[in-house]
Ligand binder design. Structure first.
Ligand SMILES: Nc1ncnc2c1ncn2[C@@H]1O[C@H](COP(=O)(O)OP(=O)(O)OP(=O)(O)O)[C@@H](O)[C@H]1O
Length: 244
């Protein structure tokens, strides 16, 4: 049997500021493929800022980010990103098929995206999230959970190596949550790096292999079981949390 070496994302001494002040300070992280990674932290902790810095939407004051030992900025096509629901313009007039096809444009460019492979890839991604039957629907005519499924299909169609998701479970029902977790687990099984900002401290947290507790700094990065057995979650959020 072959053993595939894990791939690595490395963040070295990252500091990010907005005009009002520093929101991420001296972040060091090494994240490996093959594990589902959850980022947890209170509102305003800098979680979204961290993902936005990785995708270069925000420029850090200092720090470097590497994928497989080379600067990530030269490997942008490897990154797939699902933004927070609130940041998407759901009124934009575009249908489900085209939203997912846009992932192919990003990956291989305008002309090649109309290949048979791209067509098959988009179809397969929509089938996986059970949204192929809605392919001609405008995205604004979908429910919140259906919109999240379409964005997940777009992520799958991109065939990225590094998958970043900002609160993909917001507003989704239990069935959609199950589908999303199971697809993300498939991705880590094919040696991808998957990082998810997660807000729910209830039972769903045990789906993550590792948790990163963030509050401007890294409070802890460890196996989920270890973090749940420590006092770190309650220290970060106060006593009224459900996980334990
Ligand atoms: N574009 C911006 N310009 C200025 N300040 C910002 C900007 N985006 C975020 N902030 C501020 O930076 C801090 C971190 O925000 P960020 O969205 O990264 O936190 P978060 O942990 O994702 O929060 P939440 O859980 O509420 O989504 C907050 O105080 C926020 O108000």
């Amino acid at each position: 049997m072959f053993y595939t070496l894990p791939k690595q994302l490395e963040i070295n001494n990252l500091t990010v500021s907005y005009p009002h002040g520093t929101v991420l300070q001296n972040i060091f992280l090494t994240i490996e493929s093959g594990k589902l990674i959850g980022i947890i932290g209170p509102n305003g902790a800098g979680k979204s800022t961290l993902l936005k810095t990785i995708i270069e939407q925000i420029k850090p004051i200092s720090g470097e980010i590497f994928y497989q030992g080379a600067p990530l900025k030269n490997q942008r096509a490897r990154i797939g990103y699902v933004p927070q629901r609130a940041q998407v313009d759901w009124d934009f007039p575009i249908n489900v098929w085209d939203v997912v096809m846009m992932a192919r444009l990003k990956k291989i460019g305008w002309f090649s995206s109309y290949s048979k492979k791209s067509y098959e890839c988009v179809k397969a991604a929509l089938e996986k999230v059970d949204m192929l039957k809605y392919k001609d629907r405008n995205i604004r005519e979908l429910s919140g959970g259906q919109q999240q499924r379409v964005f997940l299909a777009r992520l799958l169609a991109q065939e990225a190596d590094l998958l970043l998701l900002d609160e993909p479970f917001t507003g989704v029902d239990f069935q959609t949550q199950k589908i999303i977790f199971s697809l993300l687990k498939e991705q880590i099984a094919s040696n991808k790096i998957v990082i998810v900002i997660h807000h729910d401290l209830g039972e769903s947290i045990i789906n993550f292999d590792e948790l990163i507790l963030l509050n401007k700094k890294i409070i802890s990065h460890d196996l989920t079981t270890k973090i749940l057995n420590s006092k770190k979650l309650s220290t970060l959020f106060g006593e009224h949390i459900y996980a334990n």
